[in-house]
Design a protein around this ligand. Structure first.
Ligand code: P6P
Length: 338
């Protein structure tokens, strides 16, 4: 039974015992957690809170923004700009970076987030979530620019997500394993409910949007065909499929019981590396998955090794149970896919 301690106690104990969570980073994570609590309150109001439906605008990705996308983005910006721990923020919902206003002290950290991932699920009451990634700004240098954010996933100081489902659960890593905290609404605080999270190396469960099948590259089709062939096929075992169309929910299932998640490159837009965003979706999820003993590649190389060139760049994603990710990646390398 995991000790039922608060997020604050956990962070202070980690800082005291392992010295691996600097004070400023601990403060940052606590502020992000409080913002996630506020988002959770808005999300769970649903129709009662006048928060459903579209906002009548598009984001930088050209996607229709839901009211809650904008609410979540504003909550995260307002919560994080005064604390003195951040130099700037970047969001899926904003084209450029948000530099901390001069009226507040600037810190050394950079925060990136997808404020509400899985927005297509909001109006149908299916789990959605907030994904965040923390980098440190390079020493020295005046001011802060988009270039300061363009660091590989291996440079992340922390990463996490908050899934708004039957429970509101915050999942975090600082590079020393993965811990999960469930929101106790009576206390109003996140309580440690799991630590040392581990993803089984093997799985019988894959997650992919099957409606894109005709657009897949051959190695993806090979992997899925073999899985669908089941116990009579080359894999010698039957597989199950899940697709929630909410990365946070699919990744949470994988962190909880294993599985492999694929959002591969496909032929519809050959110049687009994938659908998901590297900086605030793939990298934080890759950090969590690797810290839980899983793997995360773009079907050819480790996601966290990729050197970003743009803030909103997209990437193909294969993540989860290590042996399955390795198999998908091997199929791509065998096929000589660049
Ligand atoms: P599709 C949500 O819009 C998202 O960015 C991820 O959360 C999710 O995994 C994916 O896109 C779903 O994409 O094509 O199935 O709607």
């Amino acid at each position: 039974m995991t000790r039922r301690i608060s997020l604050t106690q956990y962070l202070i104990e980690q800082q005291r015992e392992h010295g691996q969570i600097p004070q400023e980073l601990r403060l940052l994570i606590e502020v992000v957690a409080r913002a996630c609590k506020r988002i959770s309150i808005s999300v769970t109001k649903g129709a009662l809170g006048e928060v459903l439906g579209t906002a009548g605008s598009e984001n930088v990705q050209g996607e229709i923004q839901k009211k809650l996308d904008i609410i979540a983005n504003e909550v995260l910006i307002e919560a994080n700009e005064w604390g003195g721990h951040l130099a700037a923020m970047a969001s899926e919902e904003m084209e450029g970076i948000h530099v901390v206003p001069n009226r507040y002290p600037q810190g050394e950290y950079l925060l990136m987030f997808d404020p509400l991932d899985g927005s297509s699920n909001i109006d149908v009451n299916v789990s959605i979530g907030t994904i965040f990634s923390v980098l440190k700004k390079a020493e020295g240098g005046k001011g802060v620019s988009e270039d300061d954010f363009l660091q590989p996933g291996t440079a992340q100081a922390a990463a996490g997500y908050c899934v708004y489902g039957p429970q509101t659960t915050l999942v975090l890593t600082f590079g020393q394993g993965v811990a999960m905290f469930t929101l106790d609404r009576e206390q109003g605080s996140f309580v440690l409910t799991s630590e040392g999270v581990k993803i089984p190396e093997d799985t019988k469960e894959f997650a992919i949007n099957m409606s894109n099948m005709r657009h897949w590259d051959a190695p993806v089709s090979r992997y899925i065909d073999e899985a669908l062939a089941g116990s009579t096929g080359p894999r010698g075992k039957d597989f199950n499929m899940r697709w929630i169309a909410s990365m946070v929910a699919d990744v949470h299932r994988i962190l909880t019981r294993g599985g492999v998640f694929l959002y591969p490159w496909d032929k519809r837009e050959p110049n687009k590396a994938g659908k998901l965003r590297l900086m605030y979706e793939a990298n934080p999820m890759a950090f969590l998955v690797e810290q839980a003993g899983g793997a995360a590649t773009n079907a050819r190389q480790r996601i966290m090794d990729l050197q970003p060139t743009q803030l909103h760049e997209r990437v193909a994603v294969v993540l989860g149970s290590k042996k399955e990710v390795e198999r998908v990646t091997a199929y791509h390398l065998e096929a000589g896919k660049k």
